[in-house]
Design a protein around this ligand. Structure first.
Ligand SMILES: NC(=O)c1ccc[n+]([C@@H]2O[C@H](COP(=O)([O-])OP(=O)(O)OC[C@H]3O[C@@H](n4cnc5c(N)ncnc54)[C@H](OP(=O)(O)O)[C@@H]3O)[C@@H](O)[C@H]2O)c1
Length: 280
């Protein structure tokens, strides 16, 4: 059995990774969330990793509340940057692999074609900057690591799909931003990539998002279509929505390193959301 430590196991991705690797078989899990292992504490991280001596650490822990990160700056950097630094140091010291997850928010969102792993980064806010700092720490202190940048995640937890379905219970029309584009990606599809990469020596930085792209408004329309709801989507601009924190307008990632190094291809986002909603 290959021992795996999952951090942030109660989060959307943590749950999906556990499910997917359990289906795969051959893994023994040490499931941890902040109560069992606070990744910001180097001593606790070293202690657990030295004790378990895992085959791999899968870091699903993060401070993902984009708005809150702007004011909770210290915790954003502790969880999104120092945390992966600690895990990299512990993984390198014990010979474990490290699977770390990053985000489309490392880019400035002014792109005119899908971003590849070779494009310059330029985060717009604290969340993106802290996640980018996490990537840099993993690159500096890690040895056998994979960093996967994903985007627009939904799974078992609070997410856009659930928000739309909840709002549709009380609204006939919902205003949704149509000038931000990206690739909705289910945690299941991302967990499948993690399960695929983990036994391989194909290390490094990867983009990992479902194929195809859409705006938030398009995504909402597809959610309502699949659920048979008649809720109308009123397309509005980011400015009209009046969000407090700037978000990248263009968030489409190309899974270029997967294209260059493997036959692995993601499902189209339409198929992934259809499968997710069937299971709701
Ligand atoms: N969600 C998205 O749309 C999205 C998009 C792109 C990339 N990503 C990346 O994908 C990964 C998974 O995201 P997700 O949506 O699954 O996140 P999530 O649902 O917010 O889960 C994160 C988990 O980490 C836990 N955590 C927070 N601080 C911790 C600490 N110090 N030590 C250990 N655990 C801690 C959280 O606990 P609490 O809930 O108690 O804080 C939560 O259970 C993250 O790296 C994220 O940056 C997400």
């Amino acid at each position: 059995m290959r021992k795996v430590i999952i951090t942030g196991c109660n989060g959307q991705l943590g749950r999906a990774v556990n499910k997917e690797l359990s289906l795969e078989g051959g893994y023994e899990f040490t499931n941890t969330d902040v109560e069992e292992l606070d990744i910001t504490n180097i001593n606790k991280v070293m202690e657990l990793v030295s004790q378990v001596k895992p085959f791999a650490i899968i870091n699903c822990a993060a401070h993902t509340a984009v708005e809150a990160c702007e004011t909770d700056v210290e915790n954003a950097y502790k969880i999104n940057a120092v945390g992966p630094r600690n895990l990299s140091i512990a993984a390198a010291a014990t010979g474990a692999k490290l699977m770390h997850i990053s985000t489309d928010y490392v880019f400035d969102g002014n792109g005119t074609r899908p971003y590849t792993e070779f494009d310059p980064t330029g985060p717009m806010g604290v969340y993106g900057s802290s996640k980018l700092a996490g990537e840099h720490f993993v690159e500096r202190f890690g040895r056998n690591y994979y960093i996967i940048r994903t985007a627009w995640l939904y799974g078992d937890g609070n997410n856009f799909v659930k928000t739309m379905l909840r709002l549709s219970e009380s609204h006939d029309k919902i205003r949704v931003v149509s000038d931000q584009v990206g690739s909705p990606t289910s945690t299941k599809e991302l967990a499948k990539l993690i399960a695929y990469l983990l036994p391989t020596d194909n290390y490094g930085l990867f983009h990992g998002t479902c194929e195809g792209s859409c705006s938030w408004a398009d995504f909402a329309e597809e959610i309502f279509r699949l659920s048979g709801k008649t809720t109308a989507v009123e397309r509005i601009t980011t400015e009209e929505f009046g969000a407090q924190v700037a978000r990248p307008a263009y968030s489409i990632l190309r899974n270029y390193m997967l294209e260059l190094t493997s036959d692995y291809r993601f499902a189209d986002w339409h198929d992934a959301i259809a499968q997710y909603m069937k299971g709701m």
